[in-house]
Design a binder for this molecule. Structure first.
Ligand code: ATP
Length: 351
């Protein structure tokens, strides 16, 4: 394994433990995404890897070498942060050239590298401008160009897209993915946006309160969330979950029941993704009955929010022209293969 967090803990002087014994390893060339809610320790992990913070315990290894005590400038990592931190008095060209100038690259080669990177990021026509004359997306691309122009083997990006509007964010996301493919470098990307994580990552590390709670490829995280927290965090919208009890192979929750063979009697959490719930005829024998509450068309999808006693759920259908009126009954089927179960107390996924 090339890049390794080996039992890394970070406690700040005020006693806050931002990371707790983190073990995480990834390969060169990966697009690793650190995903988690605010305060989960993503930025701290990124800053530790960059050398901007020192761990309280544990070590960080890069290609077999312990870099824990190495200052940032000797780690060979490029960085892009949320606020871009471009030099406002320098032109775009000079901003991108800066890492090459401090490395004393000869002028002709420097010019070639700056222009090649500008070309790749489609910012050539802005090279003479100042950062204040750029849009957010253009400034973002300059920051990425500056981080990558000197060909670092690893590029760290901490929420680099968070200042952009929704359309630009989508556009930059695609650009980053293409850039990763073309440059063949290792990218470490911090975000709290699960959709960004799922679309960009070769692997996603999900953090919560300083602990790694799942580390897998995005598809596995979607298909087999390790616990209830991740199930309710990943997906658009996220998974529906219900607290209830199993009695004789049947799940009982407030307002509905559903067959759940093979589980011992007792409390359990049942989960099903909105897009996997089937809408059936009222005549279907095993139909689960909810009542329509709110309908949100998100073309081509329709999100149907429905209620049954204390439970609520969301159904997502696509290209659906039927009318759903508030208060009307909604007949549903939960396909057995689409069901997830979690421990009521710990939230851990059940086999
Ligand atoms: P966000 O998405 O909000 O940036 P994050 O997941 O990146 O959150 P971190 O910035 O790594 O989280 O912070 C993790 C925890 O450490 C938080 O509780 C934060 O308040 C705390 N923390 C971060 N820096 C310091 C510091 N210098 N001193 C004390 N506590 C800190």
């Amino acid at each position: 394994m090339a890049i390794v967090f080996d039992g890394v803990t970070k406690a700040f002087p005020d006693g806050t433990v931002a990371l707790q014994a983190l073990d995480l390893a990834f390969e060169p060339g990966e697009f690793l995404v650190l995903l988690g809610p605010s305060g989960s320790g993503k930025t701290t992990a990124c800053r530790l890897l960059a050398g901007l913070e020192r761990p309280t315990a544990g070590r960080i290894m890069v290609e077999g070498r312990d870099v824990t005590d190495l200052p940032p400038r000797l780690r060979g990592m490029g960085m892009v942060f949320q606020n871009y931190a471009l030099y406002s008095h320098k032109s775009v060209y000079e901003n991108i050239a800066y890492p090459l100038r401090i490395r004393k690259m000869p002028a002709a080669e420097l010019d070639r590298c700056v222009r090649a990177m500008a070309e790749l990021l489609e910012i050539t026509r802005y090279l003479d401008r100042r950062p204040s004359q750029l849009s957010g997306g253009q400034a973002q691309r300059v920051a990425v160009a500056r981080a990558l122009v000197w060909q670092p083997s690893l590029c760290l990006m901490d929420e680099p897209l968070s200042n952009l509007d929704a359309l630009l964010r989508l556009h930059m996301r695609t650009e980053l993915k293409r850039l990763h493919r073309e440059l063949k470098k290792t990218f470490v990307f911090v975000t709290h946006d699960q959709e960004e994580a799922m679309t960009l990552a070769t692997r996603v590390a999900v953090l919560r309160e300083g602990a790694l709670i799942q580390y897998d490829d995005p598809r596995e995280i979607y298909r087999r969330p390790a616990n209830r927290f991740i199930a309710e965090f990943i997906g658009r919208p996220a998974m529906n979950t219900f607290d209830g009890d199993v009695r004789d192979g049947v799940f009982h929750a407030s307002g509905f029941t559903c067959p759940l063979p093979g589980k011992p009697d007792g409390p359990i959490v049942l989960g099903i993704r909105p897009e996997q719930i089937q809408l059936v005829d009222a005549s279907a024998g095993d139909a689960i009955r909810f009542a329509v509450d709110v309908v949100e068309p998100v073309e081509p999808d329709v999100l149907i929010f429905a209620k049954s006693e204390a439970n609520a759920l969301i159904v997502r259908t696509v290209n659906d022209d039927r009318a759903y009126n508030p208060g009307e009954p909604l007949h549903l089927r939960f396909p057995p293969a689409a069901l997830h179960t979690f421990n009521t107390v710990s939230g851990a996924r059940l086999p």
